[in-house]
Design a protein around this ligand. Sequence first.
Ligand code: SIN
Length: 301
Amino acid sequence: MNAKKTKKIVVLATGGTIAGLASDAAKPQTYTAGQVAVADLLQGVAHDGVELLSEQVAQIDSKDMSFAVWQSLLARVSHYSEQDDVQGVVITHGTDTLEETAYFLQAVLQPTKPVAITCAMLPANAPDSDGPGNLKNALTWVQEPAASGVSVVCAGQVHAGNAVQKSHSHQRNPFTSQAGVMHPAVLRVPSVAQVVACQHWPRVELVFNHAGADGRLVRALTAHDAPQGWVVAGTGNGTLHHDLEAALLDAQKQGAQVLRASRCAQGGVQSSEADVLPHAGGLTAVQARVALLMHLVAQQT
Ligand code: SIN
């Protein structure tokens, strides 16, 4: 008789507030992120009928997210997603750069198995920590038939990984989703193998348009240590002060790739007849930076 194989869910931990500890649990606003091991996070959240595997990929505050951690995470998600008996992958992550990791994983991996990223706004030892509930919800979500690709599970909501944005700095539900987010067709996406093997990450800087934006920063960096890419968070529909635009056009002439986004939280940039620099459509500025990084990695080989 064939015993039915138990499905596995893999939990990959990277740190964040969900793994944070406050020195005084009565004052949970003061804490250090990335302290609690994944095995301890999973105490008490066992799921009936599935086997939980776990791995500590990193243990960081996500403000310190690095390309090296992204490479390790991508390699492990890719590895586990290819196993027949793995139903889905859950990633624990800090909220601060979660939207960048989510966009990166969705763009490069385009996973066929559900990958849910979850997090918390209160550290693990806060009396009313939101981490265990979010983790349980993520474990449940990856078993749902509707779950696909990379999603973000937080505060009872599920967001598409390519559309999520941290839009509140401290409320329990810090995320909102935007509509109309599509990876710009002109930007290439590298393979998992290209990203994992990448030794020299391109440098893509992010600048803002604002009152008095004179482009001096762009000119100084271009003269000194030219980045390969610039993303500019323009005003409104991605508009730029004429001095900043002139500096970016000069950087472009010298070989840098330039992409305009909007500093507005919603709506992105729509094409206009006045466009002189390419734009990133519905992507936010940080998503556009990830997209341009990936494009430049894809061009390396
Ligand atoms: C972090 O992003 O690692 C710290 C903040 C958080 O998780 O909310």
